[in-house]
Design a protein around this ligand. Structure first.
Ligand code: NAI
Ligand code: NA
Length: 396
């Protein structure tokens, strides 16, 4: 069929298999162009189908020559209905990996569940023996707790008082003021349950209990800090509490991995357009201004450039991994540069509907958003018939 983007609210309900495949190929080409990284050889990526997790899988495979197992939660296609983009990304990734002679298998299901952990453990036992890198890159609005059966929902709210600031509807370009009521009840606990470190811990404990972690194994989860502009709704809001918990969990995991000399890190990444971030109020306006400045300065990066730098300049330099005062890896260094932040703060004050297309990179934001779903990708013929039913080789 001919597939076009179909928007419902802030999400796109269709995705384009060839556009997604082209995105994956472009990321692979980028990684190859940067040369080999002497890194992990057997990698488990949890949240491997889109955003930073997909970039991590691609960097592992095509930068480090690693075998990869990817875990994700994506919608399979059916006749006349497209899959979710992460499905097409993973199908394309496996095809490319297999063509290159690399081991790659995928597991599609709820990573928070005991069943999917068990499936993953069985696959590692059967095929890889042990893993030496585990990337934890889940972004989800809900988590069914595997022990209590409680369904936790995360919220993106300030804590204590109402937050009022500018935001943009990036589809229409309309800048408006938004007020977000503070969280209440169990909002903080629920958000920490979904996006904090408990599930990461459970994964690592489960792998360790089965002796599936290689000596010196490393695990990395992703976090965000961002500027004071977004602090009330992000880092000092409910999601920030979850990130605090995730960051504290890294130390707890490192302690528990002492016997195998393993290490857990949190890497603080740059703000980027992903399905997860486009749902957060205020962030899209910040990102569109940030993109403008970073592109002008020639320091803009996407997920793949970020993760390539994480591997080559942080994790696998042959020296100790550089961390900040709080023990975190920082690849948000360019975003957080004071000259960049000062410029963004000035633009923030000026930003209105009438000037945003000019002072901000609204176009770049939109393009990245459409790209997430495989649309607006150079070299793809969107007028051509395309087959929406695409299999992931290892799942089929
Ligand atoms: P994303 O939405 O692109 O990727 C989320 C991944 O998690 C997908 O592979 C999805 O299939 C998987 N997933 C979601 N629920 C699942 C479940 N129940 N079971 C199995 N897989 C599931 O998100 P993104 O942006 O790459 O986020 C990954 C991490 O990076 C998050 O911790 C996020 O907070 C962090 N981060 C994101 C930044 C951004 O600007 N996008 C900036 C810094 C950190
Ligand atoms: Na991800």
């Amino acid at each position: 069929m001919i597939i076009e983007p179909r928007m419902r609210g802030f999400i796109c309900t269709t995705s384009h298999p060839e556009g997604c495949a082209q995105n994956v190929k472009n990321q692979i080409e980028y990684i190859k162009s940067k040369g080999a990284v002497n890194g992990a050889k057997k990698v488990l990526v949890i949240g491997a189908s889109t955003g930073f997790g997909l970039a991590s899988r691609i960097t592992s495979a095509f930068g480090c020559d690693a075998a990869t197992i990817g875990v994700f939660f994506e919608k399979a296609p059916s006749e006349g209905k497209t899959a979710s983009p992460g499905w097409y990304n993973s199908a394309a990734f496996e095809t490319e990996a297999h063509t290159a002679g690399l081991y790659a298998k995928s597991i599609n299901g709820d990573a928070f569940s005991n069943e999917i952990k068990k499936q993953t453990i069985d696959l590692i036992k059967a095929d890889l023996g042990q893993v030496d890198l585990i990337i934890y890159s889940l972004a989800s609005p809900v988590r069914m707790h595997p022990t209590t059966g409680v369904l936790h929902r995360s919220v993106l709210k300030p804590i204590g008082s109402t937050f009022t600031n500018k935001t943009v509807d990036f589809h229409s370009g309309k800048v408006s003021e938004i007020s977000i009521e503070p969280c209440s009840g169990d909002d903080i606990e629920n958000t920490v349950a979904v996006m904090g470190g408990e599930d990461w811990s459970m994964w690592i404990d489960a792998l360790k209990a089965e002796n599936l972690l290689a000596p010196g194994a490393t695990t990395v989860a992703y976090s965000y800090i961002g500027p004071s502009l977004t602090e009330a709704v992000y880092r000092k809001g409910t999601i920030g509490r979850a990130k605090d918990h995730l960051e504290a969990t890294a130390f707890a995991i490192t302690d528990r991995l002492a016997s195998i000399n393993g290490k857990a890190y949190v890497s603080v990444n740059k703000a980027l357009v992903t399905q997860a971030s486009s749902a957060i109020p205020v962030i899209p306006l910040y990102i569109s201004l940030l993109y403008k400045i970073m592109k002008e300065e020639g320091i803009h990066e996407g997920c793949i450039e970020q993760i390539q730098r994480l591997y080559q300049e942080r994790l696998y330099t042959g020296n100790e991994v550089p961390v900040d005062d709080s023990g975190r890896i920082r690849i948000d260094d360019l975003e957080m540069r004071s000259d960049v932040q000062e410029k963004v703060a000035k633009l923030w004050i000026q930003a209105v509907t009438e000037n945003l297309a000019e002072i901000g990179d609204l176009e770049g934001y939109r393009k990245d958003f459409y790209n997430l779903f495989g649309f607006d990708v150079a070299g793809v013929d969107y007028k051509a018939e395309t087959n929406e039913v695409v299999n992931i080789e290892s799942i089929a």
